[in-house]
Design a protein around this ligand. Structure first.
Ligand SMILES: Cc1ncc(COP(=O)(O)O)c(C=O)c1O
Length: 455
């Protein structure tokens, strides 16, 4: 039976005519108006009926045919097939998820201050990138050779790690490096020791890789090396500024940790996320400078420039870097050329060093202001380095409730208990002082002290 489906053509809609036709046929099949075996008019008749060119009806039929809605039978015409093709899933428009905290003052740790206008050094770096053609091929999966060399010089100079380009792998930041390391070097079920309280993204990464997590307690100096279990295959540690308590692992404990790793044949994963910032204390070289065969060092631009850059570096023994790079060569998962080229330009120009020096001055003032304001309310710890301090509170206080009250008053803040897993410890607040402007910081601290007084 030939169909007499009423069809309409809207020449003003901007949708190509053949697509309009095809869509009406599809809809008619789906809602049952056209059933399997229905014969369609010839493309010529349909074109005449609708006053369109035959190429339009032909294109509509070709489309429907390709999608499996219709079939041609030699000498008999064109028919609706008896199996309606699977409709593509209706894609819901991404719901706009606005940040509920966008209008609030934030003291959450982790984000550096981003100057409102871009620095000339930043702009220069991108100009340098824009004048170069991209590489012809896939380039080196470990990172641009010149960048690896520049980073090797950088970490040797600022972190005391004696290394060459062969020890450096460019990453999309700490977590990327950590996950790569887990993917390539850890076996499902391996035990990994992680500081408790500690960095939640490291915990999540370990869980995602089906590693067994051993919670290791932390004191005011950082990881308690004596509490490490001898069967841990790896240890994740933040020696330059324990996250979140802020201790700096003393030299004796660093030596003890490396000795322990050598004895137990484990890998130390050093997250050096904010070591660029330290105040009134002598620098301590990275843990990796003690033994690059035992330590994998992770550095990032997330605290010095911006986490949005998604760029960092991993420093390790040459065999380890080769192993990770081989995996990456097959997975295609390494930082894009423009970002790498820009970082190279920033290092060559001295921009990164200048940006760090400038931020260090800003943060030093903000830190002093934060510590002075909060000291009457508890013990402020972890103030020698980094972009945050921790306010330790009396045991009677519920820090989550306190954070909820602060939020209601307009200040977003992280309760210390958010970072704790199984090791008990006092409540507190983890306070990032880098993100807001001095004025916003002052406002936020004023509100917070009111909330603290109320508790
Ligand atoms: C302990 C710790 N490590 C690393 C990072 C940075 O990770 P990424 O380099 O992946 O941005 C952060 C950021 O908040 C952090 O707190």
């Amino acid at each position: 039976m030939q169909s007499s489906l009423p069809l309409t053509i809207d020449r003003g809609s901007g949708v190509p005519l053949h697509l309009q036709l095809a869509e009406q046929y599809r809809a008619a099949v789906l809602d049952g108006r056209l059933q399997a075996g229905h014969r369609l008019p010839s493309t010529r008749d349909l074109a005449r009926e609708l006053s369109v060119s035959r190429s339009v009806t032909q294109a509509a039929y070709d489309q429907l045919h390709a999608e499996g809605w219709i079939e041609g039978r030699t000498g008999a015409g064109t028919f609706i097939t008896d199996v309606a093709p699977l409709q593509p899933a209706v894609r819901r428009r991404g719901e706009h998820r606005s940040d509920p905290d966008a209008d609030l003052l934030t003291l959450r740790p982790g984000i550096p201050f981003i100057p409102p206008t871009p620095d000339p050094g930043w702009r220069r770096a991108w100009r340098v990138v824009s004048t170069q053609s991209p590489p012809r091929g896939y380039d080196d999966a470990a990172g641009l050779p010149a960048l690896r060399a520049a980073l090797a010089d950088h970490v040797a100079r600022v972190r005391g790690i004696a290394c060459g380009p062969e020890n450096v792998l460019v990453t999309n930041g700490t977590v990327h490096g950590l996950r790569l390391l887990f993917t390539v070097t850890r076996e499902r079920g391996d035990r990994i020791a992680i500081e408790d309280p500690g960095y939640l993204n490291a915990v999540i990464a370990a869980r995602d890789h089906q590693l067994e997590i051993v919670d290791v307690p932390v004191d005011e100096d950082g990881l308690q090396v004596g509490a490490l279990p001898d069967d841990a295959a790896a240890v994740y540690v933040t020696p330059s500024h324990q996250y979140p308590l802020g201790g700096r692992l003393p030299v004796a404990r660093r030596n003890e940790l490396v000795r322990w790793a050598r004895r137990t044949d484990s890998l130390l994963i050093e997250d050096d996320y904010d070591s660029e910032f330290r105040y009134d204390v002598a620098p301590l070289p990275a843990l990796a400078h003690l033994d690059l065969d035992r330590v994998v060092h992770l550095g990032t631009l997330s605290k010095t420039l911006s986490p949005a850059l998604r760029l960092g570096w991993l420093v390790a023994s040459e065999p380890m870097v080769d192993r990770l790079a081989t995996f990456r060569a097959n997975s295609g998962d390494w930082p894009a050329w423009p970002m790498q080229a820009a970082l190279l330009a920033m290092l060559q120009d001295g921009y990164l060093d200048r940006a760090v020096r400038r931020s260090r001055r800003l943060y030093a003032e903000r830190r002093t202001h934060t510590v002075e304001t909060l000291s009457p309310y508890g013990q402020v710890i972890g103030q020698d380095a980094g972009l945050h301090v921790t306010l330790v509170l009396p045991d009677t206080i519920d820090d989550r409730k306190l954070a909820a009250t602060a939020r209601e008053a307009g200040v977003v803040i992280a309760p210390l208990s958010e970072y704790r897993r199984t090791t008990p410890g006092p409540p507190g607040l983890v306070i990032g002082y880098a993100t807001p402007t001095p004025k916003a910081l002052h406002q936020a601290l004023t509100i917070l002290t009111k909330v603290l007084r109320g508790h």
